[in-house]
Design a protein around this ligand. Structure first.
Ligand SMILES: Cc1cc2nc3c(=O)[nH]c(=O)nc-3n(C[C@H](O)[C@H](O)[C@H](O)COP(=O)(O)OP(=O)(O)OC[C@H]3O[C@@H](n4cnc5c(N)ncnc54)[C@H](O)[C@@H]3O)c2cc1C
Length: 473
């Protein structure tokens, strides 16, 4: 074994740090802790689940793990999609979910300071109560904000507001040896040496554990509406997106979806979508500080859609109608998941002007391999979510087709100037594709960075980059 095994003395020491009730072992470890939302990537039992409540406890846990050379896997809500929060090497699964306090709204600096286990939905609601907006809006609202930061989560509003990275001003972290460090702060600008805060964002808990975050907020735009735009074909639907971008109007969100995904969502939610007579749809949202600004923007985009083959433009201007459409959109992943015994996902991002080409290539792959491959996603930022569905294929055929299709999809994205993951991250499931997509010099730098932060390779080993020793898959 490359790591030491957790022993009875380690358990006693962990119980002394966090209290007996916050150390789970054996049958007390719920099955949920063995996987994230992609069970396809395997289930792995940690030796202990430890629930930390303070940064001081996290520091003591890491000091113990460092001394004893025990692997530690940080975990938020476990809603990840690439096996990032799963203890593939055993050891300690360190839950940050209990550190869930919103510590301070600073309305002079437009910042909020939180613990990492605050849920996205709770932060969003608390900001809105104060007339403020925390813009990042990934689909899974029960994710922790710490998990969002560690995956640099994207989501629906990225077209206008950007991704999680843009809203992190500062953070407190515990390093693998237990030391505590602070990166950034409440400041709006920072040119003070290497930007360690930005290095940590999206590092998937492989470099340090986040114990506090300072996040940027913006004034809440009082007006918003959504457009649902049906098209006869997926091609005309997607080809309209770069034309919208070229018009200089900036919608808050531009999502695309196909009829079969909408139908799956209806079956899953038991809730009727406003229209499903067409093959493909764009769903757009606009927000603004005046009704006039909003109207000018959506009318221009509606005209562009109609000039480019849209069959109609449905306006949703009440909160209730908008909620009903976005609720259906939010359920796509679960709806596809429940429609098939097994699935694999690809979260590539390509330049926005190549998204139509990429969607066409997925359609070609679907035909060639005769496997159902529904897709939907963030058309406005070039980030597609493509799902390979096993359906009634045998295990052998599924495995063969899955491997072959994934190779093609990542290779195609690379050829188009894209990246392996737009927002879900690498975890342990996508390491191979990351290694194939970056050049040797970049990979060597990534390995070097991991070694500087974590010389004993105890923090979330086998994720993002592969070092030895570890139990890689
Ligand atoms: C239905 C559904 C829809 C989704 N939609 C989106 C979407 O639109 N956009 C998007 O980006 N993602 C989406 N996701 C993926 C997922 O919700 C995000 O990756 C989210 O950021 C994970 O947060 P979490 O709290 O569940 O983290 P976890 O899954 O628990 O962990 C994710 C990673 O962060 C690390 N980590 C967690 N907390 C800490 C911490 N405090 N310190 C250090 N490391 C930590 C873990 O080790 C792991 O590597 C979706 C998932 C589902 C199930």
């Amino acid at each position: 074994m490359p790591y030491n095994q957790l022993n009875a003395r380690d358990i006693e020491r962990l119980e002394a740090i966090v209290g007996k009730e916050h150390v789970l072992i054996g049958d007390a470890i719920h099955e949920d802790f063995t996987h994230d939302e992609m069970m396809e990537y395997g289930c792995f039992s940690p030796d202990a689940v430890v629930q930390a409540m303070t940064a001081g406890q996290v520091s003591q846990i890491m000091k113990l793990a460092y001394e004893r050379e025990l692997p530690v896997t940080p975990r938020g809500s476990g809603t990840g999609l690439c096996g990032g929060c799963v203890a593939i090497s055993g050891g300690i699964l360190l839950s940050l979910a209990g550190m869930n306090q919103i510590l301070e709204f600073d309305e002079e600096n437009l910042t909020v300071t939180i613990e990492p286990g605050v849920l996205l939905m709770d932060l969003a609601a608390a900001a809105i109560e104060r007339g403020l907006l925390y813009p990042p809006d990934p689909g899974e609202k029960s994710a922790t904000v710490g998990g969002n930061v560690m995956t640099n989560a994207g989501g629906m509003r990225a077209v206008k507001y950007g991704v999680t990275r843009e809203y992190v001003r500062g953070m407190t972290v515990v390093l693998p040896n237990g030391d505590i460090a602070r990166f950034g702060g409440k400041v709006a600008k920072n040119s003070s040496g290497y930007d360690l805060k930005n290095l940590l964002i999206g590092s998937e808990g492989t470099l340090a554990i986040v114990t506090e975050l300072i996040l940027k907020l913006v004034p809440l735009p009082p007006h918003s509406l959504s457009l649902l735009v049906p098209f006869a074909t997926l091609a005309s639907c997607i080809e309209t997106v770069p034309k919208i971008i070229m018009s200089r109007v900036v919608p808050t969100a531009i999502e695309f979806m196909e009829r079969d995904v909408i139908e799956a969502s209806e079956r899953y939610l038991g809730h009727t979508f406003p229209d499903k007579t067409s093959n493909a749809y764009l769903l757009l949202t606009f927000d603004g500080h005046s009704q006039a600004e909003l109207e000018a923007a959506y009318r221009k985009v509606a005209d562009i859609c109609l000039e480019n083959g849209a069959i109609d433009v449905f306006i949703s201007d009440t909160e209730e109608r908008q909620d009903s459409i976005w609720k259906a959109r939010g359920a796509f992943l679960e709806a596809i998941n429940t429609s098939t015994p097994s699935m694999d996902e690809c979260d590539v991002v390509v330049p926005r002007n190549r998204i139509a080409d990429y969607v066409k290539s997925v359609a070609g792959v679907q035909k060639k391999f005769n496997l159902r491959i529904p897709s939907f996603g963030h058309a406005g930022d070039g980030n597609l979510h493509v799902y390979l569905c096993k359906d009634d294929a045998t295990d052998e055929i599924w495995e063969h087709k899955r491997q072959a299709i994934m190779e093609i999809m990542y290779e195609t994205a690379k050829m188009m100037g894209g990246q392996v993951s737009g927002e879900h991250g690498i975890g342990h499931a996508k390491i191979r594709y990351l290694e194939e997509s970056v050049d040797e010099a970049s990979l060597a730098l990534m390995h070097g960075i991991k070694q500087v932060f974590d010389p004993k390779n105890i923090l979330n080993p086998g994720k993002v980059v592969r070092l030895q020793p570890e139990n890689t898959l």
